[in-house]
Design a protein around this ligand. Structure first.
Ligand code: P6P
Length: 334
Protein backbone atom coordinates (compact mmCIF):
# COMPACT_ATOMS: atom_id res chain seq x y z
CA UNK A 1 0.00 0.00 0.00
CA UNK A 2 1.75 3.20 -1.10
CA UNK A 3 1.41 5.89 1.53
CA UNK A 4 0.75 9.43 0.34
CA UNK A 5 0.26 12.75 2.02
CA UNK A 6 -2.24 15.16 0.53
CA UNK A 7 -1.80 18.93 0.45
CA UNK A 8 -4.57 19.28 3.01
CA UNK A 9 -2.94 16.81 5.41
CA UNK A 10 0.45 18.49 4.96
CA UNK A 11 -0.93 21.98 5.57
CA UNK A 12 -2.64 20.91 8.79
CA UNK A 13 0.48 19.03 9.91
CA UNK A 14 2.65 22.11 9.31
CA UNK A 15 0.18 24.39 11.05
CA UNK A 16 1.90 23.32 14.24
CA UNK A 17 4.94 25.29 13.00
CA UNK A 18 2.94 28.44 13.71
CA UNK A 19 1.99 28.53 17.40
CA UNK A 20 -0.46 31.38 16.90
CA UNK A 21 -2.06 29.83 13.85
CA UNK A 22 -5.75 29.29 14.27
CA UNK A 23 -6.24 27.59 10.94
CA UNK A 24 -7.04 30.62 8.79
CA UNK A 25 -3.88 30.40 6.67
CA UNK A 26 -4.38 26.65 6.37
CA UNK A 27 -7.89 27.19 5.05
CA UNK A 28 -6.66 29.91 2.68
CA UNK A 29 -4.00 27.62 1.20
CA UNK A 30 -6.59 24.87 0.82
CA UNK A 31 -8.95 27.32 -0.95
CA UNK A 32 -6.16 28.08 -3.44
CA UNK A 33 -5.55 24.36 -3.93
CA UNK A 34 -9.22 23.80 -4.72
CA UNK A 35 -9.29 26.61 -7.30
CA UNK A 36 -6.11 25.22 -8.85
CA UNK A 37 -7.84 21.86 -9.40
CA UNK A 38 -10.80 23.59 -11.07
CA UNK A 39 -8.52 25.63 -13.34
CA UNK A 40 -6.43 22.53 -14.09
CA UNK A 41 -9.53 20.75 -15.37
CA UNK A 42 -10.12 23.49 -17.97
CA UNK A 43 -6.45 23.95 -18.88
CA UNK A 44 -6.13 20.22 -19.51
CA UNK A 45 -9.01 20.17 -21.98
CA UNK A 46 -8.48 23.67 -23.37
CA UNK A 47 -8.32 22.34 -26.90
CA UNK A 48 -11.76 20.78 -26.62
CA UNK A 49 -14.07 23.31 -25.04
CA UNK A 50 -14.81 26.81 -26.19
CA UNK A 51 -12.25 28.11 -23.73
CA UNK A 52 -9.33 28.84 -26.02
CA UNK A 53 -8.61 32.06 -27.74
CA UNK A 54 -9.08 35.69 -26.88
CA UNK A 55 -11.68 36.97 -24.49
CA UNK A 56 -11.85 40.13 -26.54
CA UNK A 57 -10.81 42.34 -23.61
CA UNK A 58 -7.54 44.09 -22.76
CA UNK A 59 -6.19 43.81 -19.21
CA UNK A 60 -4.48 46.49 -17.19
CA UNK A 61 -1.17 45.43 -18.70
CA UNK A 62 -2.53 46.33 -22.14
CA UNK A 63 -2.37 42.62 -22.99
CA UNK A 64 -5.16 40.77 -24.73
CA UNK A 65 -6.95 38.57 -22.20
CA UNK A 66 -7.35 34.94 -23.14
CA UNK A 67 -10.63 33.27 -22.18
CA UNK A 68 -8.71 30.99 -19.81
CA UNK A 69 -7.12 34.05 -18.15
CA UNK A 70 -10.58 35.35 -17.34
CA UNK A 71 -11.83 31.93 -16.29
CA UNK A 72 -8.86 31.31 -13.98
CA UNK A 73 -9.21 34.77 -12.43
CA UNK A 74 -12.90 34.12 -11.74
CA UNK A 75 -12.22 30.72 -10.17
CA UNK A 76 -9.52 31.93 -7.78
CA UNK A 77 -11.52 34.96 -6.70
CA UNK A 78 -14.63 32.80 -6.18
CA UNK A 79 -12.67 30.28 -4.09
CA UNK A 80 -11.18 33.08 -1.99
CA UNK A 81 -14.60 34.73 -1.57
CA UNK A 82 -16.19 31.45 -0.45
CA UNK A 83 -13.30 30.56 1.85
CA UNK A 84 -13.76 33.67 3.99
CA UNK A 85 -10.07 34.04 4.91
CA UNK A 86 -9.12 36.74 2.37
CA UNK A 87 -10.27 40.37 2.49
CA UNK A 88 -8.82 41.60 -0.80
CA UNK A 89 -7.33 40.15 -3.98
CA UNK A 90 -4.83 42.00 -6.17
CA UNK A 91 -4.98 40.25 -9.52
CA UNK A 92 -3.07 40.78 -12.74
CA UNK A 93 -6.46 40.76 -14.47
CA UNK A 94 -7.90 43.70 -12.49
CA UNK A 95 -6.61 47.28 -12.54
CA UNK A 96 -7.91 47.86 -9.01
CA UNK A 97 -7.88 45.57 -5.97
CA UNK A 98 -10.92 43.28 -5.66
CA UNK A 99 -12.27 43.88 -2.15
CA UNK A 100 -14.20 40.95 -0.76
CA UNK A 101 -16.73 42.78 1.36
CA UNK A 102 -18.94 39.89 2.39
CA UNK A 103 -19.75 39.68 6.09
CA UNK A 104 -17.35 36.78 6.62
CA UNK A 105 -14.47 38.23 4.60
CA UNK A 106 -14.34 41.98 5.01
CA UNK A 107 -12.47 41.61 8.33
CA UNK A 108 -10.42 38.63 7.19
CA UNK A 109 -6.72 38.94 7.96
CA UNK A 110 -5.16 37.84 4.66
CA UNK A 111 -4.45 39.52 1.34
CA UNK A 112 -3.73 37.58 -1.86
CA UNK A 113 -1.80 38.91 -4.84
CA UNK A 114 -2.22 36.61 -7.83
CA UNK A 115 -1.38 36.06 -11.46
CA UNK A 116 -4.24 33.65 -12.17
CA UNK A 117 -2.83 32.26 -15.39
CA UNK A 118 0.71 33.27 -16.24
CA UNK A 119 2.12 32.55 -19.67
CA UNK A 120 -1.30 32.74 -21.23
CA UNK A 121 0.17 33.47 -24.67
CA UNK A 122 1.24 29.80 -24.59
CA UNK A 123 -2.24 28.44 -23.88
CA UNK A 124 -3.30 28.03 -27.50
CA UNK A 125 -0.16 26.11 -28.39
CA UNK A 126 -0.28 23.63 -25.51
CA UNK A 127 2.78 24.89 -23.65
CA UNK A 128 2.83 24.79 -19.83
CA UNK A 129 1.21 27.74 -18.07
CA UNK A 130 0.98 28.59 -14.39
CA UNK A 131 -0.67 30.39 -11.49
CA UNK A 132 1.44 32.46 -9.09
CA UNK A 133 0.21 33.63 -5.68
CA UNK A 134 1.52 35.68 -2.78
CA UNK A 135 -0.12 35.98 0.66
CA UNK A 136 0.26 38.84 3.15
CA UNK A 137 -1.27 39.48 6.54
CA UNK A 138 -3.08 42.83 6.64
CA UNK A 139 -1.65 45.54 8.88
CA UNK A 140 -4.90 47.49 9.32
CA UNK A 141 -7.35 46.23 11.91
CA UNK A 142 -11.03 45.88 10.99
CA UNK A 143 -12.93 47.55 8.18
CA UNK A 144 -11.90 47.44 4.52
CA UNK A 145 -8.26 46.71 3.82
CA UNK A 146 -6.20 49.62 2.51
CA UNK A 147 -3.85 49.89 -0.45
CA UNK A 148 -1.02 50.06 2.10
CA UNK A 149 -2.12 46.65 3.34
CA UNK A 150 -1.48 45.36 -0.17
CA UNK A 151 1.70 47.23 -1.10
CA UNK A 152 3.95 45.46 1.38
CA UNK A 153 7.56 44.46 0.75
CA UNK A 154 8.07 40.89 -0.40
CA UNK A 155 9.86 40.26 2.90
CA UNK A 156 6.45 40.51 4.60
CA UNK A 157 4.89 37.60 2.66
CA UNK A 158 3.49 34.89 4.95
CA UNK A 159 3.24 32.41 2.08
CA UNK A 160 3.82 32.20 -1.66
CA UNK A 161 3.50 29.56 -4.33
CA UNK A 162 2.82 28.59 -7.88
CA UNK A 163 0.89 25.96 -9.80
CA UNK A 164 2.46 24.66 -13.00
CA UNK A 165 -0.06 23.12 -15.43
CA UNK A 166 2.38 20.97 -17.37
CA UNK A 167 2.93 17.30 -18.24
CA UNK A 168 1.73 16.91 -14.68
CA UNK A 169 0.15 19.59 -12.54
CA UNK A 170 2.13 20.64 -9.50
CA UNK A 171 1.60 23.07 -6.66
CA UNK A 172 4.81 24.36 -5.04
CA UNK A 173 4.65 26.67 -2.02
CA UNK A 174 6.46 28.03 1.00
CA UNK A 175 5.35 29.55 4.30
CA UNK A 176 8.88 30.60 5.14
CA UNK A 177 9.97 27.20 6.40
CA UNK A 178 11.28 25.61 3.21
CA UNK A 179 9.66 24.75 -0.12
CA UNK A 180 7.47 21.71 -0.81
CA UNK A 181 5.98 20.40 -4.06
CA UNK A 182 2.73 18.52 -4.58
CA UNK A 183 1.70 16.65 -7.71
CA UNK A 184 -1.97 16.37 -8.62
CA UNK A 185 -3.11 12.74 -8.71
CA UNK A 186 -6.13 12.85 -11.03
CA UNK A 187 -7.25 9.40 -9.88
CA UNK A 188 -8.07 10.80 -6.44
CA UNK A 189 -8.28 14.52 -7.30
CA UNK A 190 -5.72 15.43 -4.67
CA UNK A 191 -2.37 17.22 -4.67
CA UNK A 192 0.03 14.73 -3.07
CA UNK A 193 3.46 15.51 -1.58
CA UNK A 194 5.98 14.52 -4.27
CA UNK A 195 8.90 16.95 -3.77
CA UNK A 196 9.52 17.46 -0.03
CA UNK A 197 11.98 20.19 1.03
CA UNK A 198 13.04 21.38 -2.45
CA UNK A 199 16.56 22.87 -2.56
CA UNK A 200 17.87 24.66 -5.65
CA UNK A 201 21.46 23.58 -6.54
CA UNK A 202 23.97 26.24 -5.47
CA UNK A 203 25.29 26.40 -9.03
CA UNK A 204 23.83 25.39 -12.38
CA UNK A 205 24.34 25.19 -16.13
CA UNK A 206 20.99 26.48 -17.44
CA UNK A 207 20.34 30.10 -18.31
CA UNK A 208 16.87 31.34 -19.23
CA UNK A 209 16.50 34.69 -20.98
CA UNK A 210 14.75 35.90 -24.14
CA UNK A 211 17.84 36.44 -26.27
CA UNK A 212 15.64 38.01 -28.94
CA UNK A 213 15.96 41.16 -26.84
CA UNK A 214 19.78 40.98 -26.93
CA UNK A 215 20.26 44.36 -28.61
CA UNK A 216 18.06 45.99 -25.94
CA UNK A 217 20.04 44.59 -23.00
CA UNK A 218 22.60 46.53 -20.96
CA UNK A 219 26.31 45.81 -21.51
CA UNK A 220 26.51 43.81 -18.28
CA UNK A 221 23.70 41.48 -19.36
CA UNK A 222 25.21 41.11 -22.84
CA UNK A 223 28.59 40.22 -21.31
CA UNK A 224 26.95 37.68 -19.00
CA UNK A 225 25.22 36.00 -21.98
CA UNK A 226 28.59 35.78 -23.76
CA UNK A 227 30.04 34.31 -20.53
CA UNK A 228 27.33 31.61 -20.55
CA UNK A 229 28.15 30.83 -24.19
CA UNK A 230 31.93 30.73 -23.57
CA UNK A 231 34.00 27.49 -23.59
CA UNK A 232 35.44 26.52 -20.21
CA UNK A 233 35.51 22.93 -18.94
CA UNK A 234 36.16 23.88 -15.33
CA UNK A 235 32.98 25.94 -15.09
CA UNK A 236 31.11 23.51 -17.37
CA UNK A 237 30.50 26.16 -20.03
CA UNK A 238 28.92 26.66 -22.47
CA UNK A 239 25.75 26.51 -20.40
CA UNK A 240 22.47 25.31 -21.84
CA UNK A 241 19.94 27.92 -22.95
CA UNK A 242 16.39 26.97 -21.99
CA UNK A 243 13.53 29.50 -22.32
CA UNK A 244 9.86 28.50 -22.52
CA UNK A 245 8.39 32.00 -22.21
CA UNK A 246 6.21 30.85 -19.34
CA UNK A 247 7.69 32.11 -16.06
CA UNK A 248 6.41 29.29 -13.88
CA UNK A 249 7.66 26.58 -16.24
CA UNK A 250 11.11 28.18 -16.58
CA UNK A 251 11.41 28.75 -12.84
CA UNK A 252 10.20 25.25 -11.93
CA UNK A 253 12.82 23.59 -14.14
CA UNK A 254 15.62 25.79 -12.83
CA UNK A 255 14.47 25.30 -9.22
CA UNK A 256 14.81 21.52 -9.56
CA UNK A 257 17.90 21.33 -11.81
CA UNK A 258 19.74 24.55 -10.98
CA UNK A 259 19.89 27.56 -13.28
CA UNK A 260 19.17 31.24 -13.61
CA UNK A 261 16.11 33.07 -14.96
CA UNK A 262 16.69 36.61 -16.18
CA UNK A 263 14.21 39.23 -17.30
CA UNK A 264 16.28 42.42 -17.19
CA UNK A 265 15.38 45.98 -17.93
CA UNK A 266 15.31 46.53 -21.70
CA UNK A 267 14.78 49.59 -23.85
CA UNK A 268 11.10 48.61 -24.26
CA UNK A 269 10.68 47.60 -20.60
CA UNK A 270 12.94 49.99 -18.62
CA UNK A 271 11.71 48.46 -15.33
CA UNK A 272 11.70 44.92 -16.64
CA UNK A 273 8.53 43.15 -17.78
CA UNK A 274 7.56 40.97 -14.84
CA UNK A 275 5.28 42.35 -12.16
CA UNK A 276 6.64 42.74 -8.65
CA UNK A 277 3.61 41.91 -6.49
CA UNK A 278 2.38 38.72 -8.13
CA UNK A 279 5.31 37.41 -10.16
CA UNK A 280 8.71 38.56 -8.84
CA UNK A 281 7.96 38.62 -5.09
CA UNK A 282 6.33 35.17 -4.76
CA UNK A 283 8.96 33.53 -6.98
CA UNK A 284 11.75 35.34 -5.10
CA UNK A 285 10.36 34.06 -1.77
CA UNK A 286 10.34 30.49 -3.06
CA UNK A 287 13.81 30.74 -4.63
CA UNK A 288 15.34 32.18 -1.42
CA UNK A 289 13.57 29.58 0.73
CA UNK A 290 15.07 26.88 -1.51
CA UNK A 291 18.57 28.32 -0.99
CA UNK A 292 18.85 30.47 -4.11
CA UNK A 293 19.04 34.22 -4.74
CA UNK A 294 16.60 36.69 -6.30
CA UNK A 295 17.70 40.22 -7.14
CA UNK A 296 16.69 43.03 -9.45
CA UNK A 297 20.34 43.37 -10.36
CA UNK A 298 21.07 45.75 -7.52
CA UNK A 299 19.01 44.65 -4.48
CA UNK A 300 17.04 41.73 -3.09
CA UNK A 301 13.66 41.65 -4.83
CA UNK A 302 12.04 41.01 -1.44
CA UNK A 303 13.34 44.35 -0.16
CA UNK A 304 11.85 46.47 -2.95
CA UNK A 305 9.39 49.00 -1.50
CA UNK A 306 6.26 48.70 -3.68
CA UNK A 307 4.60 51.91 -4.84
CA UNK A 308 2.05 50.62 -7.36
CA UNK A 309 -0.06 47.48 -7.68
CA UNK A 310 1.16 46.50 -11.14
CA UNK A 311 4.69 47.84 -11.00
CA UNK A 312 7.37 45.85 -12.76
CA UNK A 313 10.86 44.82 -11.74
CA UNK A 314 13.92 43.46 -13.44
CA UNK A 315 14.73 40.01 -12.08
CA UNK A 316 17.74 37.72 -11.84
CA UNK A 317 16.57 34.63 -9.95
CA UNK A 318 17.97 31.15 -9.38
CA UNK A 319 21.09 29.34 -8.20
CA UNK A 320 23.10 31.42 -5.76
CA UNK A 321 26.42 31.24 -7.61
CA UNK A 322 24.84 32.08 -10.97
CA UNK A 323 22.99 35.15 -9.66
CA UNK A 324 26.16 36.36 -7.93
CA UNK A 325 28.12 35.91 -11.17
CA UNK A 326 25.69 38.00 -13.23
CA UNK A 327 25.70 40.64 -10.48
CA UNK A 328 29.50 40.86 -10.93
CA UNK A 329 28.98 41.71 -14.62
CA UNK A 330 26.24 44.23 -13.75
CA UNK A 331 28.43 45.91 -11.10
CA UNK A 332 31.15 46.54 -13.70
CA UNK A 333 28.72 48.48 -15.90
CA UNK A 334 27.77 51.00 -13.15
P1 P6P B 1 8.74 37.48 -23.34
C1 P6P B 1 4.27 35.58 -19.93
O1 P6P B 1 3.60 36.54 -20.70
C2 P6P B 1 5.26 36.30 -19.04
O2 P6P B 1 4.60 37.20 -18.22
C3 P6P B 1 6.06 35.28 -18.23
O3 P6P B 1 5.34 34.14 -17.94
C4 P6P B 1 7.24 34.98 -19.12
O4 P6P B 1 8.39 34.60 -18.39
C5 P6P B 1 7.46 36.30 -19.85
O5 P6P B 1 6.20 36.99 -19.85
C6 P6P B 1 7.90 36.07 -21.28
O6 P6P B 1 8.12 37.36 -21.84
O7 P6P B 1 8.93 38.98 -23.53
O8 P6P B 1 10.05 36.74 -23.33
O9 P6P B 1 7.73 36.84 -24.26
Amino acid sequence: MTTFKTLGQFIIEKQADFPFAKGELSRLLRDIGIAAKVVNREVNKAGLGDILGDAGQINVQGEGQKKLDVYADQQFIKALQNGGECCVVASEEHELPVFIDSEISKNAKYIVCIDPLDGSSNIDVNVSVGTIFSIYRRDSVGGPATIEDILQKGLKQVAAGYVVYGSSTMLVYTTGKGVNGFTLDPSIGEFCLSHPDIRIPKDGCIYSINEGNYLKFSDGVKKYIKYCEGEDKQTKRPYTSRYIGSLVADIHRNLLLGGIFIYPATLSHPNGKLRLMYECNPIAFIIEQAGGKASDGKQRILEIEPTALHQRSACFMGSLDMVEKVEEFLAKEL
